[in-house]
Each structure stands twice: as structure tokens, then as C-alpha cells.
Design a protein around this ligand. Structure first.
Ligand code: ZN
Length: 333
């Protein structure tokens, strides 16, 4: 199947469908609701019901914009689309995230979007599937990225929170507005830790609750009453807390925490290398499980990861433009 790689996304001309177009277009698949994948007001947006709900909440301005047509395609469901059959498969990553299987003229193509192979803290476990042609991300596509399992990450998060609270300091976790933030809040609340949540993260908690995740006892973050609680904040708020003069100890929960420079970049003393993206070993497992004859590597360490796959006998390429978001360490990871 023909594919065109553009800075704004991937286009499938034979079936007139974009994959994660970040500019307005006639019709796009939206793999998940992070803003580097779900952006712009499209004529038609296809995605899982959770992704479409988050997309509207987060990115669609409403006033003055025409209402996009939304078409739900939930896990395991298929639709016919311009002579192709589209099927959504779980991708791990954040809630609602899906891979798209496109079957066209006897060929199976899978676009993973952002993917995590091992079970995530929150979200459906990814479903690897066989295909002829795989388009896979490579945010952490170098062997140096060896990240924690969800159980080990949860254990580290709770241990650090309790340690700080026991000694009278305030643990503050830097997460992301959508995904990591809610995962950290979930871990802390489930462990019975009193948790205050920054508004940018709290606004999405109801979507998680509707989908079966409970956050018993969470409270809105208030700078005047931080003592005795764990805080969960977005990265931009971490430095403000550091400068607040309060007895705050910062922890950074991210795949980027695998790098020593994360300490200098974030001011965090506790680095917990966990991500909703696959680490290197998981990426290799996903490629193996697909059995794909052709692998296109997009986003992240595209060129080195494609070289590694080639050295192991795979036909792999790193298409030009496919790394538009490449290795920006403030990308959600
Ligand atoms: Zn993402």
C-alpha cells in the first residue's frame, strides 16, 4: 500500500486517509489524544470513543470552529473505508490509545501510533498482531532505554512518597497533563497516600473514572495547604515548587528519567524511569511479533533504530519527515 510521509502526518492516498494528521484535513485516524497526534479540526476524525472524547475536550476549540464529524472505532471493531477494512487494536500507552490495522488488497498494514508492549499503569494492554507492513514509533528506540515495569514503578512511587511524608517533607511528582499524571495519582490514591492534584491533570480524572479507574480521596492542589500530602504536578510547575522555599522533594516519572541529565533538567532528585512508551526491548519484541516484511520507523530515534533492525535482517527504513518530533526530551515520554 502506498504511503506518503509528511511533516503533518502520514497519508494513504489510495484510501484517502491521513494517520494522525496534525493539520486540518478531510479525514484522519487519531491514534490517541496526545497533542502531537490529535490536533486540528478535521472534516472527519476516526478513533476510539475515549480518544475522541479526550480530543474534543483537549483540542477542539468549539467557538468559531465547525463541529468535526467523529466516527467511533473501538478495540476489536472494524469498518469499511474506501475499499479497505480498518480495525482498531489496543496500543497500551494512554487510555483510548489504539493501533490501526488497515487491510487493503490482501495486504495487512499496522500503524502503531505511540505504543507500549508491557502492561501500562492505566490503559488497555497492547495487542500485537501479525502484518506485512509495520509503521512503529521509536521514542525510546536505543538499547540504553531499559525502563521499569508498572509494578516496579508503582512501588518506587509509593516508597518515595511515604519516605518524604515520614520525614516531614512534601513529595512532588512531575507527570504529564494526560497519561502519566493520572497514572501517578492512581498509584498514590490506591496505596492510601493523601494526594493533591494540579488542575491540568485533575481535569481528565473524570474520563478515567468513567472507564473504571478510582482515585479515592484525591484533592485539588492548593499551594497554601501542601503539608502532609503528595503532590502531582505538570513539568512546568516543578520549578515553581522547587523555588517555593517549602520543604518539597521532586520526583520525575518518565522514560527520560533514564538519562542522568534529567536531574539537571527537571530539578528532580528522584528519577523513576517508567514510560507509557515501549522501551528498546519492548520495541524489538513488537517488531518480532508482527513478522512484518517491511518496517517504517517514525518518531524518536528513527535512523539508529532502523539501522539496528537492518543489522538483524529486517527490511527497515526511517522515512524522511517521520522524525518531526525527534528526541525532544520534553515530548511526553
Ligand atoms: Zn502519546
Amino acid at each position: 500500500m502506498k504511503l506518503e510521509y509528511h511533516e503533518r502526518g502520514i497519508y494513504c492516498p489510495e484510501i484517502s486517509l491521513w494517520l494522525d494528521s496534525t493539520d486540518p484535513c478531510a479525514a484522519t485516524w487519531i491514534s490517541h489524544a496526545h497533542s502531537d497526534h490529535a490536533r486540528g479540526c478535521h472534516g472527519l476524525a476516526i478513533g476510539t470513543s475515549i480518544t475522541l472524547q479526550l480530543y474534543r475536550m483537549r483540542l477542539w476549540m468549539g467557538e468559531g470552529e465547525s463541529e468535526p464529524e467523529l466516527r467511533q472505532l473501538d478495540y476489536g471493531e472494524s469498518i469499511e473505508w474506501n475499499g479497505a477494512r480498518l480495525t482498531a487494536l489496543p496500543a497500551g500507552h494512554i487510555i483510548g490509545a489504539a493501533q490501526l490495522l488497515i487491510e487493503y488488497r490482501g495486504e495487512r498494514l499496522i500503524y502503531t501510533g505511540d505504543i507500549k508492549a508491557r502492561p501500562p499503569l492505566c490503559g488497555e494492554v497492547a495487542q500485537p498482531s501479525e502484518c506485512d507492513h509495520l509503521i512503529i514509533e521509536s521514542t525510546f528506540g536505543l538499547p540504553i532505554y531499559n525502563l521499569l515495569s508498572r509494578d516496579d514503578a508503582a512501588e518506587r512511587i509509593v516508597r518515595f512518597a511515604r519516605q518524604c511524608l515520614d520525614e516531614g517533607s512534601i513529595p512532588a511528582f512531575i507527570g504529564y497533563a494526560l497519561g502519566r499524571g493520572q497514572e501517578i495519582v492512581h498509584v498514590l490514591c490506591q496505596a492510601g497516600v493523601r494526594t493533591a492534584v494540579h488542575g491540568a491533570i485533575a481535569r481528565f480524572l473524570p474520563v478515567y473514572e468513567e472507564n473504571g479507574y478510582a482515585f479515592p480521596g484525591w484533592e485539588p492542589y492548593d499551594a497554601r495547604t501542601m503539608a502532609g500530602k503528595a503532590l502531582v504536578v505538570v513539568p512546568t510547575h516543578g520549578s515553581a515548587l522547587e523555588a517555593s522555599g517549602k520543604n518539597v522533594r521532586l520526583a520525575y516519572v518518565s522514560g527520560w528519567a533514564a538519562m542522568d541529565n534529567a536531574r539537571a533538567r527537571t530539578g528532580a532528585e528522584e528519577l523513576i524511569p517508567y514510560s507509557d512508551h515501549a522501551d528498546f526491548v519492548e520495541l524489538m519484541e513488537l517488531v518480532e511479533a508482527s513478522g512484518a516484511k517491511q518496517v517504517d520507523v517514525v518518531h524518536g530515534y528513527t535512523v539508529p533504530f532502523a539501522h539496528i533492525l537492518q543489522s538483524r535482517g529486517r527490511h527497515a527504513t526511517a522515512p524522511r519527515h517521520a522524525g518531526a518530533r525527534s528526541n525532544v526530551e520534553d515530548a511526553e515520554g
